[in-house]
Design a protein around this ligand. Structure first.
Ligand code: NAD
Length: 371
């Protein structure tokens, strides 16, 4: 039996989330049927400014169910934006939400659903995976807080490969790395289980194969389908189990320095995995088998180069003195992590991520707690 098919992490609990998923090409034309199915009769379409044309197309598909559009979705779901959208939703007497766009549009749809309990249909256009999770992160006065609620989980997700075709190459690669990060951390989550583990490995295999092909030819529909499929599965992993150091670092960096979400995930992932590697030999072996490489952090680092990801956090505008601040914030309110969190090693991790040098396992890394 290959390591890939061995059951680990048992006994375990697996809880499936109630969602309906349509996947294919041209599936967005099913939006009206899905809206009727959910009892919607006055639909508010939400999106970011880049998707106003797509929203117009949605209005055409929805026909008499269409009530209006709010096109002001922004990254990290600022509460003032949600309040504006909520006022419009009430004004239009909307009774359903259709969100079209990346994680920012999905986040706005979720924030509205949290406040109204209205049904949602999400049409994702990036690989962020938010549409698959009952998690909502919202920003107020520069502070991002995250909560889980069944209310925010979209009832229906329509994956239409064609909606991802326009995602610019550079964003496609890093957005895919964001998805890989969900799956990698799901493999060593404290509440990991074999079902999520199988989805995680399948998603990583799909994304690692698809992303270079997407970046070589963004119009390659088969590669786009592979990336979207991998992203879907990665989103399930993110929604199903807890995340660890990698996500903690990215949330902290995003909150402190307003770093771009997907790019930050791409840069940090090889370093966070190298940090955790000494504590998760079995996961590292399964990843090696799945990817056919010996050194997985190095392979992810090389994949970043191949897809044109930024080299380091410095390129993304992080100030150098931010390293200490980030380490302190991570230690002050840590997520559970398989490898103990140690100040000097975290500093080393972030310094390498800052400069964009290769990931490495710290020789002292098993020596434990913060000091
Ligand atoms: P995004 O939605 O902000 O999109 C990034 C940029 O790409 C935007 O300018 C957008 O207009 C553009 N874009 C998106 N799709 C496009 C397409 N097909 N063609 C051309 N341009 C396109 O970024 P994202 O990385 O998808 O999402 C990040 C946000 O989602 C963050 O706020 C993050 O916190 C949140 N998120 C939440 C969860 C969760 O489970 N709650 C999971 C992942 C991400």
């Amino acid at each position: 039996m290959s390591r890939d098919t061995m059951i680990s992490n048992w006994p375990f609990v697996y809880e499936a989330l109630p969602m309906r998923v349509l996947f294919g090409v041209g599936t967005r034309s099913s939006v009206r049927d899905e809206a009727v199915r959910l009892g919607m009769s006055r639909v508010l379409v939400v999106c970011g400014p880049a998707h106003e044309n797509a929203a117009r197309e949605m209005a055409g598909e929805l026909g008499d169910l269409y009530a209006g559009t709010y096109a002001g979705a922004r990254m990290h779901t600022p509460v003032d934006v949600t309040e504006q959208a909520l006022a419009i939703l009430h004004e239009l007497r909307g009774n359903g939400i259709v969100a079209i766009g990346g994680g920012s549009a999905t986040g706005l749809g979720k924030a509205l659903a949290l406040r109204t309990d209205l049904p949602q249909i999400a049409l994702p256009t990036t690989y962020a995976g938010s549409e698959m999770t009952p998690i909502l992160g919202e920003t107020k006065d520069g502070v991002k807080t995250t909560q889980r609620s069944a209310k925010v989980l979209p009832e229906t997700v329509i994956y239409d490969v064609d909606l991802s075709m326009d995602l610019p190459v550079r964003l496609s690669g890093v957005s895919g790395m964001n998805a890989i990060a969900h799956s990698v951390e799901a493999l060593y989550a404290r509440d990991a289980n074999p079902i999520v583990g199988a989805l995680a490995l399948e998603s990583i295999r799909a994304l690692v194969k698809a992303l270079p092909a997407v970046c070589a030819d963004p119009h390659d529909r088969a590669a786009r389908a592979g990336a979207l499929y991998g992203a879907w599965l990665a989103g399930i992993c993110l929604g199903a189990v807890g995340m660890s150091l990698h996500h903690k670092l990215c949330h902290t960096l995003g909150g402190c320095f307003d770093m771009p979400h997907a790019q930050t995930h791409a840069v940090v992932l090889p370093h966070a995995l190298a940090y955790n590697a000494p504590s998760i030999p079995e996961v590292m072996a399964r990843l090696s088998d799945a990817l056919g490489v010996k050194d997985v952090p190095a392979a992810l680092y090389d994949l970043n180069r191949a897809i044109g990801a930024p080299r380091g956090l410095r390129e993304l505008g992080m100030p150098e003195d931010g390293i200490d601040r980030c380490v302190e914030l991570v230690l002050a309110n840590p997520y559970w992590n398989p490898q103990p969190l140690a100040r000097a090693q975290l500093h080393g991790l972030l310094s390498r991520a800052y400069l964009g040098t290769a990931p490495s396992v710290d020789p002292n890394s098993n020596q434990g707690a913060a000091s």
